[in-house]
Design a protein around this ligand. Structure first.
Ligand SMILES: CC(C)(COP(=O)(O)OP(=O)(O)OC[C@H]1O[C@@H](n2cnc3c(N)ncnc32)[C@H](O)[C@@H]1OP(=O)(O)O)[C@@H](O)C(=O)NCCC(=O)NCCS
Length: 211
């Protein structure tokens, strides 16, 4: 199988994904994004329509767009639907500095950033993104198309259903379930199961004084 891959996404996060991809031996065919990135050394190849036409030039793609707000959740879902309907293969990229526990299962099109720890017997579904330093407990299930922010903690045995966004530095208790389509704002603390499509926000810090 060729090590040539294509990157979808032209923002700073895509550069990080490229760095990790190259560290594990992939070569970059080019970037597919809505607009040409201004400062990349990799060729801009167009957007989704061009991706389909050029797919014989690479062995797979990785979606380097995190779903961390309304706009990017929609964009990522549209891209994943396009990849499915056009039978474009997604490849998984796992940082050499991530730790994957025994018997953990990792799906297709998964991105796992530096310093992520995935404990034993966890199950990571297709097209899941796990950002820097997240800790996924033992026997956790993260279902397809979910995005997990940096330094998120997910306790053992918890189930994250599909299309869930978990903002950076959030903590989720062990043994609960986060329903599909839910969005958890940055630094959420979740202690009970959430119904599908829940929108959760933490108490943000507030100014006590500024003198
Ligand atoms: C919570 C979060 C997902 C909302 O992002 P968003 O979709 O761009 O935010 P919007 O400003 O469009 O808000 C969405 C809705 O939530 C509401 N909302 C947002 N913040 C709110 C708050 N603090 N209190 C109450 N409502 C709030 C908005 O009013 C809006 O409602 P509407 O759809 O009826 O207009 C986002 O702030 C967040 O925390 N994302 C995670 C970021 C992150 O962790 N990034 C790093 C990843 S490594």
């Amino acid at each position: 199988m060729s090590k040539m891959i294509a990157i979808i996404g032209g923002e700073a996060f895509a550069k990080e994904v490229i760095e990790v991809a190259e560290a594990v031996g992939y070569e970059i065919y080019g970037i597919f994004a809505k607009e040409e990135p201004s400062d990349t050394q990799y060729p801009y190849r167009g957007y989704l329509e061009e991706l389909d036409e050029q797919k014989s030039n690479f062995s797979g793609v990785i979606v380097a767009i995190g779903a961390f707000n309304k706009k990017t959740i929609k964009a990522r879902n549209n891209i994943l639907a396009f990849l499915m309907s056009n039978d474009i293969r997604q490849i998984s990229i796992i940082s050499p500095f991530a730790r994957i526990g025994a018997r953990a299962i990792i799906g297709k099109g998964v991105y796992i950033a530096h310093n992520v720890v995935i404990a034993i017997d966890a199950n990571i579904g297709d097209a899941v993104l796990i950002n820097t330093g997240a800790l996924i407990g033992h026997n956790v299930i993260v279902s397809s198309n979910s995005s997990i922010g940096s330094r998120v903690f997910i306790g053992g045995g918890t189930i994250i259903e599909k299309n869930v966004t978990i903002g950076a530095s959030s903590s989720i208790l062990q043994g609960i379930c986060v329903g599909s389509g839910s969005t958890l704002g940055m630094a959420s603390l979740v202690l009970k199961s959430l119904k599908p499509n829940s929108f959760v926000l933490p108490s943000p810090s507030h100014v006590i004084s500024n003198d």
